[in-house]
Design a protein around this ligand. Structure first.
Ligand SMILES: [Zn+2]
Length: 185
């Protein structure tokens, strides 16, 4: 049986001085992945153990059209589908009213569907909410927790104008990959 994603090339444990704090050696890795449809992806990760500086990004070695990924999540195994998210992409879960915008402060990450739900949960828990908003935040958290327990089906949509992001589905029949026009909403 062949893997969905083959690691072609990997440089581990590169060490250099942290550009932020200069106190510590940064651990870095660069990996090249080759996956069907996605082609070659270059993923790098830098983490400073001293000040917490972190930079993860993914780029494509090939030019790609704007791509939309639509994954239906209805069984626990779907939550383990892998997600490679570039900072240029938008993430939406319409049924839960959740969205992560693209932009300069948007982070790239490599996680799975459960990890994305966890990020939304952390973001809501980190908000300073006014009293009247507390009830709303509580409802939102309960909805996300239900989704993490897979009690409610939902759809994960990633739109990437550079086509770099990827979803590697546990169940391929539940994933739709299509080109889209980023200038039309
Ligand atoms: Zn540092």
């Amino acid at each position: 049986m062949q893997n969905d994603s083959d690691e072609v090339f990997s440089i581990e444990n590169i060490e250099f001085e942290c550009p932020i704090c200069n106190r510590s050696k940064i651990k870095a890795f660069i990996r090249e992945y080759s996956a069907p449809y996605f082609g070659k992806l270059l993923i790098y990760s830098l983490i400073c153990p001293s000040c917490g500086y972190k930079n993860v990004d993914v780029s494509s070695l090939e030019s790609k059209p704007p791509t939309r990924f639509i994954l239906k999540i209805s069984e626990p195994e779907d939550l383990y589908s892998r997600v490679i998210r570039s900072s240029s992409s938008v993430i939406k879960i319409p049924e839960l009213g959740l969205m992560i915008e693209s932009g300069a402060i948007a982070q790239s990450f490599i996680t799975n569907v459960e990890g994305i739900l966890q990020r939304f949960k952390d973001a809501i828990e980190g908000l300073q909410v006014w009293t009247e908003e507390k009830e709303k935040a509580k409802v939102a958290l309960e909805t996300i927790e239900k989704a993490i327990r897979c009690e409610t089906p939902f759809t994960l949509i990633i739109e990437d104008p550079q086509g770099v992001s990827a979803i590697i589905a546990e169940n391929k029949e539940k994933l739709i990959i299509e080109e889209y026009d980023p200038y039309k909403s």
